[in-house]
Design a protein around this ligand. Structure first.
Ligand code: HEC
Length: 169
C-alpha cells in the first residue's frame, strides 16, 4: 500500500513537470478552441457575394449537403474581382473563411463548420492555411492534422485554394 502511494506521488510529480515543460515550449499561434470561437460568431463576416443563400454542395466537394461561405473583414477586402479573389491573388494573413455546413437550404439545420485561416507561419499551417472541420460543439477534424485530407482537393485553382469562386461564379 505504502509502495503504491510512493509510486503515485512519483508519477504525479513526473506528470506535473511534463506540464511545466509544455508551458514553456513554443506554442502554435492557433488552437482548435480559438479558431472555433472566431468562426461560430457571424459578427464581422460577410457572405460570399453578400448573399446568404444556402446552396447544395458541388459534386466535387467532400462536404456533402448544403453550405454557404462567409469571409471575415480581412479576407473580404481581398475580393476585388467581382466578389472573388483575383486569379493569381493571395489572401492576406489572418483571413478567415468559414463554410457553414447545413443539412438543407432552410438555414434551420446547420451541422458544422469547415474553416480555413490564413496563417502561413503557424505550426499547424499547410499551404499557407490552417484547416479545421468541426461539428456544432467544436470537435472534429483538428488543426493538428495540418489539413492532410483537405489540401489536395483545395489546390486545384489559382485563387489561393478557395474553391467556391470557380464552382459558384
Ligand atoms: C473532395 C474535395 C474536398 C475536400 C477533401 C475538402 N474540400 Fe473543402 N471544399 C471543396 C469544394 C468543391 C468546395 C466548394 C463548395 C462546395 O461545393 O461545397 C469547398 C469549400 C470549402 C470551404 C469554403 C471556401 C472554399 O474553398 O470555397 C472551406 C473553408 C473548406 N472547403 C474547408 C475544407 C477543409 C477544412 C477540409 C478538410 C477537413 C476540406 N475543405 C476538404 C472540396 C473539398
Amino acid at each position: 500500500m505504502k509502495h503504491t502511494l510512493i509510486c503515485c506521488a512519483f508519477f504525479s510529480m513526473v506528470s506535473l513537470s511534463l506540464i511545466e515543460c509544455s508551458k514553456t515550449a513554443p506554442k502554435p499561434e492557433e488552437t482548435d478552441a480559438g479558431i472555433f470561437a472566431k468562426s461560430v460568431t457571424k459578427e464581422g463576416f460577410t457572405y460570399y457575394k453578400s448573399d446568404s443563400t444556402i446552396h447544395r454542395s458541388s459534386p466535387q466537394s467532400a462536404h456533402s449537403g448544403f453550405f454557404r461561405v462567409r469571409f471575415n473583414l480581412i479576407a473580404y477586402a481581398a475580393l476585388t474581382d467581382n466578389g472573388k479573389l483575383p486569379a493569381g491573388g493571395s489572401f492576406p494573413v489572418h483571413s478567415l473563411v468559414v463554410k457553414e455546413l447545413h443539412d438543407d437550404s432552410t438555414g434551420n439545420n446547420p451541422h458544422g463548420y469547415a474553416i480555413m485561416e490564413k496563417l502561413p507561419d503557424d505550426t499547424s499551417a499547410a499551404g499557407g492555411w490552417v484547416w479545421a472541420e468541426y461539428g456544432l460543439t467544436g470537435t472534429g477534424y483538428t488543426i493538428n492534422n495540418k489539413g492532410a485530407i483537405c489540401t489536395s482537393c483545395h489546390s486545384t485553382n489559382s485563387r489561393d485554394k478557395v474553391r467556391v469562386f470557380d464552382l459558384f461564379p
